[in-house]
Ligand binder design. Structure first.
Ligand SMILES: [Zn+2]
Length: 432
C-alpha cells in the first residue's frame, strides 16, 4: 500500500513539474516525500518549449512552439472576455514569467484541466474574434507550432463560441468509489455509493486551485503548489493514526472545478471538509500576515473576507469555464435551516482549530472570519477554509515553504481534527 501511495505522490510531483515551469522549486515541496524521479508517463506528452505574442490592440498573434503537432480546439467566452484553447495533455516547459500580455491579450495561463487534457486561457482586453487558428508541422528548422490570430471586434459583433464541453470530470480516485486503501466490497449498482465501508470517519482535504489555476503567486511560489504540499502532509499525518479515511480532492497538479470539491465530501458522507489556501494581498492594500480560518456565511464578516471569497470563487473562470453554463448544484443551495446544524459544527471546528493553531502558528489579527465561499457550501458536511498564510508577506512566505513550519502547522491541524471528531463520535455514539 505504501508503494502505491508513493507512486501516486511521485506521479503527482512529476505532473507538477510537467505543468509548472520552474521545476527547481518543486524539490522543496517534495522534501517530505521521496525525491522526484523522472516519470515515464510524463515523457510521452508533447512538450511546449516557448510561447510568444505579437501584434497590437487591433490584431494579436499567439504562437506556441511544440516538439510535435497536436490537435486543438479554440473557443471564445464573454464576461469576462476570454479565449480558451484545449489541447491534449502537454508538458509545458516555458520560461518562468511566460504569460504576460500584449495587444488584445491581457495575460494568459496554461496547465492541466483534467487528466489527459491541458488548456491555455487568454484574458482579453475586450471583445475579439479568432480570425485564424492552425497547427504547423515542423519545417525549415522551425518547430511545430500552434498559431492563433485574434482581431478586435465590437461587443455587438462578439460571438461566443460554444463553451468546451469537455468539462473535467472527477477522477476515479476521488469519485464516489472507496479509495484503494479500503478493500472494495461489491456493491449493488444502484446503491448510494456514499457510506464509508470501513466505518471510519472520512476527512476530505481540499488543496485549493491546481493545474491551470495557479492561485496567488509571489516570489516564484504558486499557491497551488504550497497548498498541495501542505494538504499531502496533513493527509499523511492523519493517515498515520489509522483513525480516519482521508480523501484528497486533488493529490496532484490538476484543476478541480469548485462545485466538485464539496461534492467529494457529500458523496462520501464526510465528517469534515478542510480546504487549504494561501492568500496574497494586493500591494495597494498594505501588508497582512498570519493564518485565517473561514466558515460559510451569506454575509461576509468584513471587506477582506468578501474580497477573498470573490477571488476564490473566480477559480472556474480562471480555468476557462463558462459560469453561465455550469450546472446548478450545491453552490446554489440557499443557506437555510437545514444547514444550521452543519454551520454550528463548522464554527465549533473553526474555534478548536484556532485554539490549536495559535500555539504553533502566527495567526492573522482577526483569525476567524466568514464569507460566501462556494467550496464551503456542502449543506451536510462541516466545512472550513484555512488560509495558512499570505504568500504576499515575506515572513509568511518563508514559513509556507519551510518544512519545519509545515510540520508544526499540520500537527496543530491534526490535533484539532482529533478533538473535533472524538467529540462528534462520542455524541453520535451516545445518541444511538
Ligand atoms: Zn486560494
Amino acid at each position: 500500500m505504501a508503494s502505491r501511495t508513493n507512486q501516486r505522490v511521485l506521479l503527482g510531483f512529476a505532473l507538477l513539474c510537467a505543468a509548472a515551469s520552474p521545476c527547481a522549486d518543486s524539490s522543496r515541496l517534495s522534501a517530505a516525500e521521496s525525491p522526484p524521479q523522472p516519470s515515464v508517463a510524463a515523457a510521452n506528452f508533447p512538450v511546449a518549449t516557448a510561447a510568444r505574442l505579437a501584434g497590437d490592440g487591433k490584431q494579436t498573434r499567439f504562437i506556441l512552439d511544440l516538439d510535435q503537432t497536436v490537435s486543438f480546439r479554440a473557443t471564445t467566452l464573454a464576461d469576462p472576455y476570454r479565449v480558451v484553447v484545449d489541447v491534449p495533455q502537454v508538458n509545458f516547459q516555458l520560461a518562468p514569467g511566460t504569460g504576460a500580455g500584449r495587444g488584445l491579450v491581457k495575460a494568459f495561463r496554461y496547465g492541466l484541466v483534467m487528466p489527459g487534457g491541458s488548456r491555455i486561457v487568454f484574458d482579453l482586453t475586450g471583445p475579439a474574434k479568432i480570425t485564424n487558428s492552425y497547427v504547423l508541422e515542423a519545417a525549415n528548422g522551425q518547430p511545430a507550432r500552434l498559431v492563433l490570430e485574434l482581431e478586435e471586434v465590437e461587443r455587438a459583433a462578439f460571438v461566443q463560441t460554444p463553451a468546451p464541453e469537455n468539462r473535467p470530470d472527477l477522477r476515479p480516485t476521488i469519485a464516489a468509489t472507496p479509495p484503494a486503501t479500503v478493500p472494495a466490497a461489491p456493491e449493488p449498482a444502484l446503491q448510494k455509493p456514499a457510506a464509508p465501508s470501513d466505518g471510519r470517519p472520512v476527512v476530505v482535504i481540499d488543496p485549493g486551485h491546481g493545474g491551470i489555476d495557479n492561485g496567488t503567486q509571489s516570489s516564484g511560489e504558486s499557491e497551488k503548489n504550497l497548498v498541495l504540499a501542505f494538504g499531502l502532509a496533513l493527509r499523511d499525518r492523519l493517515e498515520k493514526s489509522g483513525k480516519y479515511r482521508v480523501v484528497m480532492t486533488r493529490d496532484d497538479d490538476t484543476f478541480i472545478p469548485l462545485n466538485d470539491r464539496p461534492k467529494v465530501a457529500r458523496n462520501l458522507n464526510a465528517a469534515l471538509f478542510v480546504s487549504i489556501h494561501a492568500d496574497a494581498l494586493p500591494k495597494a492594500e498594505g501588508d497582512a500576515q498570519g493564518a485565517t480560518i473561514y466558515t460559510l456565511s451569506d454575509k461576509a464578516s468584513d471587506a477582506e473576507a468578501q474580497r477573498l471569497a470573490d477571488a476564490e470563487n473566480r477559480a472556474d473562470a480562471i480555468a476557462g469555464f463558462n459560469l453561465a453554463e455550469e450546472p446548478t448544484d450545491v453552490a446554489d443551495i440557499l443557506i437555510d435551516l437545514t444547514q444550521r446544524e452543519t454551520r454550528t459544527f463548522s464554527n465549533r471546528f473553526a474555534h478548536l482549530l484556532m485554539g490549536e493553531m495559535k500555539t504553533t502558528v502566527r495567526m492573522h489579527k482577526h483569525p476567524l472570519k466568514s464569507a460566501g465561499f462556494r467550496v464551503l457550501k456542502a449543506p451536510d458536511v462541516p466545512s472550513v477554509l484555512v488560509e495558512i498564510g499570505y504568500v504576499s508577506n515575506k515572513g509568511d512566505l518563508e514559513h509556507l515553504v519551510s518544512e519545519g513550519w509545515r510540520s508544526k502547522a499540520v500537527g496543530s491541524m491534526a490535533q484539532a481534527i482529533d478533538t473535533f471528531l472524538a467529540k462528534r463520535l462520542a455524541t453520535a455514539g451516545a445518541s444511538n
